[in-house]
Design a protein around this ligand. Structure first.
Ligand code: ZN
Length: 486
């Protein structure tokens, strides 16, 4: 007898193939039968009128610390996500110094040094979802060189290589960079290339928050492609966008560059979140001596530990209230005690560019959500996947449901080495989501960002029920996965 049989579902198997009607049986954490399932199960689920898909994979997250701080991962499970890729933008919770804050965006106190130690700690906390690790350039550079803006010495480069190699040995899927942020922006192409080369023997990936996403977007794409080509590895371009009004539309040129590289034999994929605003640590976007006034105009405050009353407000309105200029308001916030922990939202992108990204079949979905739940986080943290399925698939017809699911599942798993996942097929892990295609929608807004989405019925992780009709089961069946291992 099976553990679970899900009957009468509309199955979208994750490969991009057309939907079909059928049942799915799950036993001992795995999918054991697909199609017309006879026999019985401990639990039977009637899925009439609902779509059963592989669990969604959030390929772009900063959930390294959240898996420990918020193991129920409600903001991900409630979207139908069953796995997350952590360590993006060059910021990873490994390597770390025990007893000290991690050098990722969470800054949790580490009780580990490396991926094996992190895995033990995370699995002890029983997270609701699986995780796959990227080892981050900013993190290893901070460890070995502090905040220095210079080329590393041979000894420093060797130490950094060692960190990348150890992470790959222990199951990371690749190396990530965040070349727009400190300290990564102080590095040159050769340094990043030398470290990217370390993942080549493992056939790992190079995931990059590129050096520039506005006026020099296309040059930044060239650099990413060059690193991939010279290191001989696959490239994942993170949160692909063109920021700033004068650059809107450039996403098409950038995608054309990717298409040309792929035609020449390169392996290149991308991810996108379906919103026209970005978000990140505010200190990374401004030079305190000379804050960019144009960007300052576009800033909304997400979490602001120094002035909680500003959370959710536009910086221009705060400046008007304080009777100071908007650039003075930037300094006012960032130089306050704990000001450097401020997370902001930047309204800087174009809707048309999101559509171009979503139409491209090498673009996956990644939230880039920053799981700081104290303020008003960017709504992408709770809404990304249902927003693609509701707004862009059902309402606007920008992409088909099968294509969207493929770019939330099998493509994501293939690129990031989540083995035996991402497809509804016999023998695969039972990471599954059951949703109502007529109702699925994001409810989180900039005003009310912590609202769970609509239309997600059931989520199973490794064959265990994680979520059912807005109830989180707290079973905690997630694992820290190893690249291309069962
Ligand atoms: Zn990033």
């Amino acid at each position: 007898m099976a553990d679970i049989i899900i009957r009468n579902a509309t199955i979208i198997d994750g490969t991009g193939a057309e939907r079909f009607a059928g049942d799915v049986a799950v036993d001992d954490g795995h999918i054991t039968e697909v199609g017309d399932v006879s026999g019985s199960a401990t639990e039977e689920v009637d899925a009439t009128g609902l779509v059963l898909a592989p669990g969604f994979v959030d390929v772009h997250t900063h959930d390294d610390g959240a898996l420990l701080l918020h193991p129920d991962m409600e903001f991900k499970v409630s979207q139908g996500c069953t796995s997350v890729v952590v360590g993006n933008c060059g910021f990873s919770a490994i390597p770390a110094v025990p007893g000290e804050p991690t050098l990722d965006l969470s800054g949790v106190r580490a009780e580990w040094r490396d991926l094996d130690g992190y895995r033990q700690n995370v699995e002890k906390s029983k997270p609701a979802v699986n995780a796959m690790m990227l080892v981050g350039h900013n993190t290893i550079r901070s460890l070995e060189m502090g905040g220095d803006r210079r080329t590393p010495s041979d000894a420093e480069l060797e130490q950094m290589r060692h960190h990348v190699q150890l992470a790959m040995e222990q199951g990371a899927c690749g190396f990530s960079s965040g070349l727009i942020s400190r300290p990564g922006r102080g590095s040159d192409t050769e340094e990043v290339l030398e470290l990217a080369k370390v993942v080549a023997p493992y056939d790992g990936i190079y995931a990059t928050h590129m050096r520039n996403e506005n006026d020099h977007l296309l040059e930044a794409v060239d650099e990413a492609l060059e690193i991939g080509e010279r290191a001989g590895i696959a490239v994942q371009i993170s949160h692909h966008k063109a920021a700033g009004k004068r650059n809107w539309g450039k996403v098409k040129d950038s995608l054309a560059k990717v298409d040309a590289a792929v035609a020449d034999g390169a392996r290149v994929t991308l991810d996108v979140y379906p919103y026209t605003a970005g978000s990140g640590p505010m200190i990374q976007y401004f030079d305190l001596d000379n804050p960019n006034p144009e960007l300052a105009q576009a800033i909304q405050l997400a979490s602001c530990p120094a002035y909680r009353q500003y959370e959710g407000r536009m910086l221009v309105d705060v400046a008007a209230e304080l009777e100071i200029s908007v650039t003075e308001a930037v300094r006012h916030i960032l130089t306050a005690p704990e000001g450097k922990s401020t997370i902001c939202i930047q309204h800087i992108m174009d809707e048309g560019d999101i559509v171009s990204n979503l139409r491209h079949d090498r673009v996956m979905i990644g939230s880039d959500g920053i799981p700081d739940l104290t303020g008003r986080p960017h709504p992408r943290l709770f809404g990304t996947f249902p927003r693609v399925l509701g707004r862009y698939v059902r309402e606007q017809g920008v992409l088909g449901l099968e294509s969207a699911v493929r770019r939330m599942t099998s493509l994501s798993c293939d690129v990031h080495g989540l083995h035996d996942r991402g497809r509804i097929a016999e023998g695969n892990w039972a990471d599954l989501v059951l949703f109502d295609p007529n109702l699925v929608a994001d409810i989180a807004t900039y005003e009310h960002p912590k609202r769970e989405s609509a239309g997600i019925r059931n989520v199973w992780v490794n064959g265990q029920l994680a979520f059912q009709e807005s109830l989180h089961t707290q079973i905690g069946a997630g694992k820290v996965l190893s690249y291309r291992k069962h």
